[in-house]
Structure formats: C-alpha cells, structure tokens
Design a protein around this ligand. Structure first.
Ligand code: AMP
Ligand code: GLY
Length: 427
C-alpha cells in the first residue's frame, strides 16, 4: 500500500522509520518531511493547509492511508476532509481534536464524565478570572484555552504573577488562544506521558514516556517543546497503567462517543501521578515529540496494521508487542532556542553517531544544502536515541551519540533521564 505521512519533525522521522519498515508499505511519501524522512521515503512539497491539494495528491499517487503527525492540521479538520473524499486517515476529526485544541473543552469533558483532573474555572474576562484567583489563592496555574505552541501555561507562584498572566492573556499576548482562560489547581506529583491508540470505541494501551519540558539541566528555565524523553516511564507501574486506562482513557473515549464525536487516533495523556492517584493534566491528539522518538524504537510489532485497525474500528482484536528495553532521546537544539534559534550552521558527525551500536538518529529541524551538508533550520534540530537494558544504559549510549556530533552552534541538556536513573540506582 501507499502511505502519506504529514509533518516534518523528529516525530515524523521516527514514524517514517517505523512505517517504512512495514512489509505492507510499498511507497511512503512525507509532506513536507526533512532530510531524515528522505532516507525512509519520498519527501513531497504540498501545502498541507490546502486540503483540496492534499486530496488531489492522494488520488494521483493512489494513497491508501494518510497518517497525520502534528496537531495543527488535525485541529484544522484535515482528517474530516480526507475521510469525506474517501481517503483513509489516521488522526481524529476536527471535533475530536478539540481535546487538544481547547483546554476548556477537555476540562468540561472531565467534569461531565468524572475523569480525575485538577480543579478549575473557565473565564472570558480578566475581572472574573482575577476574582477567582483571589478566592483560590496562589500557587495556581493560568492557561490560555487555545493552542499556544507550548507558551500557554503560566505556573504562578504568587497572586501578582497570576494576575500578570491573566492580563497578558486577555491583553492579546498569545493572540486568539488567550481569548478564554482556564485557571487550575496546581497539582503536585511526578509527571508522565501515556499513549493509547483509539478507534472511536476501543482503546489499546501503547506505552509510557517521560518528557523534559524545561530548557536547562535541573528542570529550570523556560518551557520548550521537549528537550529529551525516555520510555518506559518507571513511575508508570502496570497497576497505574491499568488505572489510567480505566479511570481516564476509557471514560474519555466513552464520553466522546456519547457526545457524537468519537475519537480515533493517538490519545496522548499528560498525567500527574499525585498522592491520590493519576490525574489528567491535558490531552494531545497525536504522538508526542520527542516521545514518539522513544516509542517507535521500542515497538516490535508492525505499526501499519495497528494504524489501519484504529481507522477501521477493530482495535478490540488487536495486540502490540513492545521491547522491554529502555529508549532515551536527547534533543540537540540550535543556539538561541526556544526564543530565537539561529539557522544555517553546519552539523557534522551524523554518520559517526548513527554507526554506534544501539543508537538511532532522528532529524527534526534540519535541511540539506546542494553539497549534501546538513544544516540547522529549526529550534529542535536532531534527536540522538540510545537503547539499553536500563535507562542508565540507554542514556550513556544517547550521550555517546551526542558526543559524536560536531556542531558548535548546538546545545543539549546533559541530564535527560535523571529521574529514572535515580530510581534505578535506588532500586
Ligand atoms: P501543558 O502546556 O498544558 O502541557 O503544561 C505544561 C506543563 O505545565 C505541564 O507539563 C506541567 O508540568 C505543568 N502543569 C500544567 N498544568 C498543571 C497543573 N494543574 N498542576 C501542576 N502542573 C501543571
Ligand atoms: N513533548 C510534548 C509534546 O509533544 O507536546
């Protein structure tokens, strides 16, 4: 079969790598892709926002399945338009993508279907929001309702910070995303990401991972898209995973189906493991980036039949095998990230890193010049993935790969995996 994958990040390189390994895949196209995905299939230039153009491409190339990587096109309804044109598409409808597109939507769903999450209020004006903050006290969490590229959450330690965030959001500081504001109780615990494949009715647990959102070692500095991740997350024991499926994922699917907007695709639950048990922080409606880069190397089964089963509503008869090994990715970012990454510097040593045992390299913001050199062209640029029996072993391999790269204009965190490694040491 012919498959079109949409996106251009490290997540898409990892997906392209997994999909291209399937015996079911004849031709794989990636739009727009990156120099890494070009090693797995054919990169194509299509304007993803132009749905008729995407449909025309699918008809021309006899595409049997479209896999949508990022949330943007899903929230814009690309799955609806492709499906209406008779093209099988992995990813939720526009209505179901509201689980990521609107924090308020998700909080209301949790309230309606008893899904454990932080206490909250929803506001459309600053005065009411400030009155709520005054009543609740600090610390407190202020969130823009809409998609804000990871900048929409302010963890306010004081009332002053909370009020300043409210003014910033209603003052248009985050554009339309801040027209509505959600204010939440600040939950305490360890964070984990959990992924489940969904077909509208049934959910199949995939795996857990842990991300590192802050820019710098020791989890300090501004939030980023993610500076590194590992899978599985040791905090997610089998018993906790079963609770998450039972208390969070399945009620969400049932609630979405009951509302007439069934969810198909990957449900990515951001969780806080609190003293009272797992609680939902937020949903994303796609694989995480860089979480996908550590999930795909651990997946032993063919991913393509699983994606098809999710599209066709037959996940109940499905199972996937996972490696017991740990995978850990370190993100190399361009100097200036996240505020203003510098583009255009040359990255050397990728082949050297790739040649190491139990190492994979996934490209994100790279491009190739006419001479074949790889250049930085984004914020998060490369993922160096190590595999090992323990997170510590995977970590050592990932950093050996980092050290094989010659890129003075790039940087990374040096402590990816610290929580798991500490847990392993304390045994
Ligand atoms: P988000 O952009 O919604 O993923 O939130 C970014 C980060 O803010 C999360 O990964 C958490 O670390 C933190 N966060 C968000 N909401 C809460 C909450 N209610 N309590 C504690 N931490 C939170
Ligand atoms: N790494 C977090 C995300 O993909 O949203």
């Amino acid at each position: 079969m012919n498959i079109l994958l949409i996106g251009s990040g490290g997540r898409e390189h990892a997906l392209a790598w997994a999909i291209s390994g399937s015996p079911l895949c004849d031709r794989l196209f990636i739009a727009p892709g990156n120099p890494g995905t070009a090693q797995c299939g054919e990169n194509v230039v299509i304007d993803i926002a132009d749905h008729p153009a995407v449909i025309a491409f699918c008809k021309l190339q006899k595409i049997d399945l479209v896999v949508v990587g990022p949330e943007g096109p899903l929230v814009e309804g690309i799955a609806d338009d492709l499906t209406a044109a008779g093209i099988k598409t992995f990813g939720p409808s526009k209505a179901a993508a509201q689980l990521e597109g609107s924090k308020g939507f998700t909080k209301e769903l949790c309230a309606e279907f008893d899904i454990p999450t932080a206490g909250f209020g929803r506001f459309t004006n600053a005065a009411a929001a400030k009155a709520y903050v005054a009543e609740q006290g600090a610390p407190i969490v202020i969130k823009a309702d809409g998609l804000a590229a990871g900048k929409g959450v302010v963890m306010a330690e004081t009332l002053e910070e909370a009020n300043a965030a409210i003014d910033m959001m209603f003052g248009g500081g985050l554009g339309a995303a801040g027209a509505e504001v959600v204010i939440e109780e600040w939950m305490i615990g360890e964070e984990a990401s959990f992924f489940a494949l969904c077909d509208g009715t049934h959910a199949l647990a995939l795996a857990s991972a842990q991300d590192h959102k802050r820019l710098s070692d020791g989890d300090i500095g501004p939030n980023t898209g993610g500076m590194g991740a590992y899978s599985p997350a040791p905090v997610m024991t089998p018993a906790l995973e079963a609770r998450v499926m039972e208390e969070i994922i399945r009620p969400t699917l049932a609630g979405m189906a009951k509302r007439g907007t069934p969810f198909k695709g990957v449900l990515f639950a951001g969780l806080m493991i609190t003293a009272q048990g797992p609680k939902l922080i937020e949903y994303n409606v796609r694989f995480g980036d860089p979480e996908c880069e550590v999930l795909m190397p651990r997946l032993k089964s063919d991913i393509v039949p699983a994606l098809l089963a999710a599209c066709d509503g037959v996940l109940d008869s499905f199972d996937l095998r996972w490696s017991d090994e740990a995978a850990l990715t370190v993100v190399l970012a361009a100097r200036g990230y996240p505020a203003k990454p510098e583009a255009g510097s040359v990255i050397r040593g990728i082949d050297r890193a790739q040649a190491l045992d139990d190492v994979l390299v996934f490209h994100a913001g790279t491009k190739q010049d006419a001479a074949g050199s790889v250049l930085a062209s984004g914020g998060r640029v490369l993922n160096l993935v190590g595999l090992g029996k323990t997170v510590a072993e995977a970590q050592a391999r990932a950093y050996a790969a980092v050290d094989a790269i010659d890129w003075p204009e790039g940087f990374c965190r040096r402590d990816i995996g610290w929580q798991a490694v500490k847990r392993e040491r304390e045994g």
